[in-house]
Design a protein around this ligand. Structure first.
Ligand code: C2E
Ligand code: CA
Ligand code: CA
Length: 689
């Protein structure tokens, strides 16, 4: 093969096998003189037979141009050099081989010295179609994004806004010009910024998806709760191209969550945090105090006479009082403190971080001060005081339950010390409290175990010396605790509500015993039964008494109920109704421990009270203290003027008895005459058959 032949066939093979269509045309008349296989394929039938093959062309050119090798070289050089500045690129549509239109990209390289135009042709139909689809789908996506109810945005790799959709703009209240190019945190609520940006930095460093719930702040200041999600876009090489994200307005959900939280964590009456919430806060505060090596204080406040308000003015007024108290207490606390209502009239205050215990005392005083002004309950002026117990973490307890229990114990100590006080917890209190709990536990079983009994103390006509009545006094002989005097367990029975059951037992037992003696032939002696204030306030107490009398058959005239002055201090209406109902049934009423309270005889006049018991306190010093003698004398003479009986109790000596006789006291009771005795012993005093 000659070298020119080789070159011819070599060039021919190359050109024929090019994946690009190639043609040579005459520059002067535009006639195509050569087309390679790809060119023919692209143009199909449309160009068939119109041009020559390469050999013929080369030969023809060689004839025109002389040295064929030189010619080939020049053609190749021209092709390789891709003389781009001279190239003209155009896209045209042609009818394709299959009849469908095709889009081809034509690049023409003029070679004027050869009078040739070299054209390369590429079928770009598919590519164009893809581009078009891509553009369409992008438009569709843009439209979708724009009309999506979810806020959608795109961020640069640095985290600044590249695009935000309509919903995003509506949620944030910002417009594109305000945000494009700005950092994505521009919409964040300042209070959430630190926390959210920290999370964001962690996530974006790791190129992880980022999700959070946080608040945006709109330009007019309103905040919106949003759920935020951002994903990094990474190219095939792993380079960060930016982020896409979505924002949903979750304010509604947050609001209903908040409502549920309110119900679960807040007291509906006072809107204060409830016990569950408080316990969580306390737990947290204790953990923080532990870490920071600081103190936390717990103030346990219990209202001193809330029950009176509830009983006398009704529950609505009681609720009103609690609300007013809650708001006064609220005004005493600082940011970070937690005030909560545990239930009933119990409030607790948590001071999570105090330098020393004196701070807690200051707050306690402040609380008590805040309660001083009268409360207005629908026109009723009511005064309320609180007893406060304080326990300090970690000294007084290192777990929630213990600390709360000890604050409660301290509160009881404050109450016992005379109310309207505050007390710090001490171990001594704890011991007393443990003892108290043992008493309570024992008392709960006392009736069932038949540990209760009555002692009987006679009452006498001072002049005649005759037996005129008897007071039934409760006794408790506990299996565990031994003989318990009433003063050591009655207050506890009142606090715990056990007094109702116990009191009912006493009444029943006293009436039964009297009736039994009566059946055995005793004269119709009067029996005095003590009634606690809380027993007296039971709305159906008059019915209960009537039931017992019916059951036992005791003559109502034989029964006298002893109540203390404090009972009369409650709401006039209810008290008076009960007193009258009892009186109408023929039951007698006596005011016990008279003189130790505040009631005046003039007030008593309006009440159906038959007897006044001069308190032991006055009788004790009656022979030595002229004051006490004067008081006793006044009570005796006024009682006579009001047609009431007066009885002096606690008469221990002959001198006291003489003194009372001189003051014309009609009746007496006391150790000097007779101690409270067992029923068997007392029956000897009765003229039984
Ligand atoms: P109280 O009603 O004032 O009862 C009189 C108390 O004085 C009785 O004490 C009695 O034993 C005591 N006493 C009688 N004479 C003398 C005396 O000459 N000198 C002295 N120093 N004391 C005398 P007791 O039995 O210990 O009762 C104490 C209190 O317990 C009673 O005071 C009463 O308030 C309450 N109590 C007793 N039994 C009952 C009851 O069944 N129900 C209720 N609610 N309270 C009761
Ligand atoms: Ca009594
Ligand atoms: Ca008494």
């Amino acid at each position: 093969m000659s070298s020119s032949e080789f070159h011819k066939s070599y060039l021919g093979i190359i050109l024929e096998s090019l994946p690009v269509g190639l043609s040579l045309s005459a520059m002067d008349n535009g006639q195509v003189v050569y087309a390679n296989a790809r060119f023919r394929e692209i143009y199909g039938d449309w160009c068939k037979g119109e041009f020559t093959d390469l050999e013929t062309l080369l030969e023809k050119l060689a004839l025109d141009q002389g040295d064929p090798e030189l010619l080939q070289k020049r053609i190749l050089e021209n092709l390789e050099s891709h003389n781009l500045p001279l190239a003209q690129v155009s896209e045209i549509r042609i009818p394709g081989a299959d009849g469908n239109p095709r889009i081809v990209s034509v690049r023409s390289i003029p070679l004027p010295d050869l009078n040739l135009n070299i054209s390369t042709v590429q079928d770009v139909t598919e590519q164009k179609l893809i581009e078009q689809n891509l553009r369409q789908s992008e438009r569709r996506y843009q439209l979708m994004a724009e009309t999506s109810p979810v806020g959608i945005y795109r961020l640069s790799p640095g985290g600044s806004y590249r695009h935000v959709n309509k919903a995003w703009r509506e949620i944030t209240g910002l417009i594109e010009s305000q945000v494009l190019g700005m950092g994505w945190d521009i919409a964040l609520h300042p209070e959430d910024k630190d926390e959210v940006m920290h999370l964001w930095e962690v996530a974006s460093d790791l190129q992880r998806p980022f999700k959070t719930e946080c608040r945006f702040r709109r330009p007019e200041g309103r905040s919106v709760w949003v759920f935020l999600q951002t994903d990094p876009i990474v190219d095939s090489q792993g380079h960060l191209e930016g982020f896409v994200g979505s924002v949903t307005d979750i304010s509604l959900r947050k609001r209903s969550e908040e409502e549920i939280r309110q119900l679960a964590y807040y007291d509906t009456l006072t809107k204060l945090p409830n016990r569950s919430f408080f316990m969580e806060q306390l737990e947290r505060a204790m953990a923080a105090a532990h870490r920071g090596n600081t103190n936390a204080a717990l103030l346990f406040c219990d209202l001193d006479s809330f029950k009176d308000v509830n009983d006398s003015l009704g529950h609505d007024m009681g609720d009103l009082l609690l609300q007013q108290i809650a708001s006064r207490l609220n005004s005493c606390i600082r940011r970070g403190d937690t005030l909560s209502r545990l239930g009933g009239d119990e409030f607790v205050l948590l001071l999570p971080n105090i330098a020393d215990a004196r701070e807690a005392a200051t707050v306690a005083r402040k609380i008590q001060q805040s309660l001083v002004p009268a409360f207005d309950l629908g026109g009723h002026q009511v005064y309320s005081r609180a007893s406060i117990g304080i326990a300090v973490y970690p000294e007084d307890g290192t777990d929630v339950q213990t600390l709360l229990k000890h604050a409660d114990t301290a509160m009881y100590a404050a109450k016992n010390a005379g109310r309207n006080r505050y007390r710090f917890f001490s171990e001594e209190m704890n011991r007393r409290n443990v003892a108290r709990m043992r008493v309570e536990a024992g008392l709960r079983q006392a009736i069932g175990r038949k540990e209760l009994s009555l002692a009987w103390q006679p009452q006498y006509d001072l002049n005649a010396g005759s037996l005129i009545g008897v007071e039934a006094l409760l006794r408790w002989n506990s299996a565990e605790l031994g003989v318990m005097p009433p003063a050591s367990f009655i207050p506890l029975a009142e606090e715990t509500g056990l007094i109702h059951e116990i009191g009912a037992w006493v009444l029943e037992e006293a009436c039964q015993q009297m009736q039994q003696w009566r059946r055995r032939g005793s004269p119709p002696l009067r029996v005095a039964v003590n009634l606690s204030a809380s027993q007296f306030r039971e709305p159906d107490i008059a019915d209960q008494v009537r039931d017992v009398l019916d059951r036992t058959g005791l003559d109502p005239a034989q029964l006298e109920l002893e109540i203390t002055e404090s009972v009369l201090m409650g709401d006039g209406g209810a008290t008076l109704r009960t007193l009258k109902a009892l009186r109408e049934d023929g039951v007698g009423l006596a005011i016990d421990d008279f003189g130790t309270g505040y009631s005046s005889l003039a007030y008593l006049k309006k009440l159906p009270v038959g007897r006044i018991k001069i308190a032991r306190e006055f009788v004790r010093d009656i022979t030595t203290d002229p004051h006490d003698a004067a008081i006793a004398g006044t009570v005796i003479s006024m009682a006579r003027n009001l047609s009431m009986q007066a009885i002096a109790e606690g008469v221990e000596t002959r001198e006291q008895a003489d003194c009372l006789r001189a003051l014309q006291c009609p009746e007496v009771q006391g150790f000097f005459f007779c101690r409270p005795v067992h029923a068997d012993e007392f029956s000897k005093h009765l003229a039984l058959d």
